[in-house]
Design a protein around this ligand. Structure first.
Ligand SMILES: Nc1ncnc2c1ncn2[C@@H]1O[C@H](COP(=O)(O)OP(=O)(O)O)[C@@H](O)[C@H]1O
Ligand SMILES: [Mg+2]
Length: 295
């Protein structure tokens, strides 16, 4: 069996490459030939006879499946139109990547999330009215969380306790889309990352960060394996299914009664930290799942 794993050629994070390497190594053990290909080495193409195709900078075997470890939505669409099966599917990646689309999809299945308002589409710097800003604080509370719709590792997630700073940030975004969200104070500095493959919960990792409301490991959060409650498992699975994912990492917050609320769902999930704390070989489970899905 031949497979490709497509990753982003521009991102130089070590964590990304380690994950790709781990999948390639596990594939070898299973007798699968998995080619690691940066998206920048593939050329989606339209020929002059009206057909579509794909060229690559090096010679590649025809894949039976593609692990799409990138957010190059155009490339994903192009490959699906050519008939390739992508893990995850393009629609799931596209919805997870965009925090407003993700909420829109989850609302179709009435999944519990923090109260969220989607910012208006603007052109470049556009100062929203004082009325708009007042309304945001009235609706969401004395503190407000702003998230750029495209963001990872908690790096595009900000918290504000006054109008001036929020207005300043909105200007700084210069037209980049955002959502505004109620802060779940009982969950500041802690959340749970649930790893799911197929429709099976693999496990949960509690993440804690003493000095920041964001619990992301990349920012400095500490991970610890936890036994998930039935309610946490159910909610995480519901979100995973709603978004149509093959594999995912669902982030759960804790409400005042420690009951779960979905923070976000990640399609391009880096499960290396979970592997470290759990000892579970997620790469192997993922490949087993993919093989099982093949006709
Ligand atoms: N509404 C919220 N209330 C409390 N904490 C939050 C809220 N939203 C996000 N967080 C914290 O910030 C972290 C990053 O937010 P998240 O939406 O997951 O963005 P990213 O995609 O960058 O990881 C979460 O893991 C959580 O710890
Ligand atoms: Mg997150």
């Amino acid at each position: 069996m031949n497979g490709w794993i497509i990753y982003n050629g521009a991102l130089k994070f070590k964590k990304f490459h380690l994950l790709v390497e781990s999948l390639v190594a596990e594939s070898k053990k299973k007798g699968i030939q998995l080619e690691a290909i940066p998206n920048s080495e593939l050329l989606p193409m339209f020929h002059s006879d009206g057909t579509q195709g794909l060229k690559s900078l090096r010679s590649l075997n025809e894949p039976d499946f593609i692990i799409f470890w990138d957010k190059d939505i155009y490339l994903a669409k192009h490959l699906e139109a050519m008939g390739y099966r992508l893990f995850n599917r393009r629609v799931a990646i596209e919805n997870c990547d965009h925090k407003a689309y993700m909420h829109l999809q989850m609302a179709q299945d009435t999944i519990r999330v923090p109260k969220t308002i989607v910012g208006p589409f603007t052109f470049h710097q556009h100062e929203l009215s004082g009325e708009y800003i007042d309304y945001i604080f009235e609706e969401l509370g004395s503190e407000v969380i702003l998230k750029e719709v495209f963001g990872s590792f908690g790096m595009q997630v900000y918290k504000f306790n006054n109008k001036e700073d929020l207005i300043h940030k909105m200007k700084e975004l210069d037209g980049r889309d955002f959502i505004l969200q109620e802060p779940i104070k009982s969950s500041f500095g802690r959340d749970i990352r649930v790893t799911i493959i197929g429709n099976q919960v693999i496990g949960g990792m509690k993440r804690e960060f003493a000095t920041d409301f964001r619990a992301n490991i990349t920012l400095g959060g500490r991970g610890e394996l936890v036994e998930l409650t039935e309610e946490q498992e159910k909610l995480a699975l519901k979100a995973h299914r709603s978004l149509g994912l093959d594999f995912s990492g669902v982030d759960l917050l804790f409400d005042e009664d420690d009951r779960p609320i979905v923070c976000e769902v990640n399609s391009n999930v880096n499960y290396l930290s979970f592997e470290q704390v759990s000892g579970v070989n997620v790469s192997r489970l993922l490949l087993d799942y993919i093989v099982g899905e093949m006709p």
